[in-house]
Design a protein around this ligand. Structure first.
Ligand SMILES: *Cc1c(COP(=O)(O)O)cnc(C)c1O
Length: 432
């Protein structure tokens, strides 16, 4: 169609809005948002990418494009691009209840203002008895910043050159630390740092020592770091950023530091994320000695890093629950996964095959570690089709193979997965 005719063929906004098929959307979507979607579709018609009679369908399809749930078949347990830890059912229910009015800062027994969400710190201390106190902020990076600011602003923070890491997306720990107003005193080398390196750097200017767990890379060979118990002996405040939020040692993750052991080894403050191996919402935790926690809690920055009521509710529910989806995914055995895989494969005999694969922890920690797992081997062209489904199903494609790892799929989602797989297999096979 010549472009002039195409312009004339674009349905007018008031006509589109009056179309009965858009009535349900008009009742549930803000007018300005709906007009924006219509304008987008009109532009597509003008550009020849869409037929005029497809416009309403395109607007309806657009309304479904939102950050809804996806099924994670990638085998990456804590997938940064999929929102890290999936919340437990009880944490999701807590989000719903806290969404309305909730007594987040009100003592219901007296009717007066009370401490903010005291149940969160209580649950944290019940889970980590070696901590005297705890404080929650918006994410793990904020926890490190607040802890360092409280103990070392205007003074020096001593850190090993082997721990000046990039967290991700271009954010580098040394640059973050400089924003606290503390001066970095780098010691040791990239691969080896000794206790003397730290003790020689001590001066009246020292505010604290910071030890950071390298949670996204793995160094091997001629390497050496100083254990927490030795660092704690040098007589200055010690902050340890363990990253992943494991509260106690995990048998499958021997190299992953945990909060309880790190505090028992003598750290004054331990920091971590809430949404990695802890399995909760995005949050940052600081646990440790009461006076140091109090300094962090009273610091003006603490107000700028305060988490919202939804975070606090989901975190408390996560800490109270006997397990989390992340913990369940870590510990599920391969015979359980194989039985699930066989049941799913039976839905499409001859098209899906069960196979062994390997999962990883991902953004949550334990770099380099893989876990034996079981999944489904799929025709490669299904990967894209599944990703475009509702709900989208994410698989892993590597070396020309498409694998759907069942370790990272919640067992409750198996039925939805079968429907998605059968639907995707029904489509035409490309190139035939
Ligand atoms: C993930 C991580 C951080 C950053 O935590 P966020 O929750 O992403 O802000 C900081 N330090 C370590 C060691 C980490 O693993």
């Amino acid at each position: 169609m010549p472009s002039q005719d195409r312009r004339r063929a674009v349905p007018r906004t008031d006509r589109v809005l009056a179309d009965p098929v858009l009535e349900p959307l008009a009742a549930t979507v803000h007018r300005d948002v709906l007009r924006h979607w219509i304008a987008e579709a009109q532009e597509s018609v003008r550009a020849g990418r869409l037929e005029p009679d497809e416009l309403c369908a395109a607007v309806i399809a657009r309304s479904r494009m939102s950050p809804g749930r996806v099924i994670n078949g990638t085998g990456v347990i804590v997938h940064t691009n999929l929102g890290r830890a999936p919340l437990s059912a009880s944490a999701q229910a807590a989000l719903g209840s806290a969404g309305g009015c909730t007594a987040v800062e009100l003592d219901l027994s007296t009717g007066r203002r009370g401490p903010r969400a005291p149940g969160v710190a209580e649950a944290l201390l019940a889970r980590v008895p070696s901590a005297e106190a705890a404080h929650v902020v918006g994410n793990g990076a904020a926890a490190v910043l607040l802890a360092v600011t409280a103990l070392a602003a205007g003074r020096e923070v001593i850190i090993s050159r082997g721990e000046l890491v990039e967290i991700g997306d271009g954010f580098r720990l040394p640059e973050l630390l400089e924003t606290t107003g503390a001066r970095l005193r780098e010691v040791g080398t990239t691969n080896r740092t000794r206790l003397e390196d730290y003790s020689k750097a001590l001066s009246p200017e020292t505010g604290c020592v910071l030890k950071v767990h390298p949670s996204n890379f793995h160094m091997a060979g001629f390497v050496g770091t100083v254990p927490v118990v030795e660092l704690a002996s040098i007589g200055v405040p010690l902050i340890v950023d363990v990253g992943s939020g494991l509260l106690e040692p995990h048998p499958l993750l021997p190299g992953e530091p945990d909060v309880t052991t790190t505090l028992a080894a003598g750290a004054d403050l331990v920091t971590c994320s809430g949404d990695k191996l802890l399995g909760g919402p995005q949050a940052g935790l600081i646990l440790g000695r009461a006076p140091a926690i109090e300094r962090a809690r009273r610091h003006p920055l603490a107000r700028a890093m305060r988490p919202g009521k939804l975070t606090l509710a989901a975190l408390e529910a996560t800490l109270r629950a006997p397990s989390t989806p992340v913990a369940d995914m870590l510990s599920v055995d391969t015979s359980t996964l194989r039985a699930r895989a066989e049941r799913i494969a039976a839905a499409a005999p001859g098209l899906l095959s069960v196979r062994s694969c390997r999962s990883v922890v991902g953004g949550g920690g334990a770099p380099g570690l893989t876990l034996d797992s079981v999944g489904l081997s799929l025709p490669v062209h299904l990967s894209e089709r599944l990703r475009h489904g509702d709900p989208p199903v994410l698989t892993r494609v590597s070396e020309g193979q498409c694998i759907l790892d069942l370790r990272t799929v919640a067992p409750d989602d198996d039925a939805i997965l079968v429907t998605a797989l059968v639907g995707a297999l029904d489509g035409p096979v490309p190139g035939r």
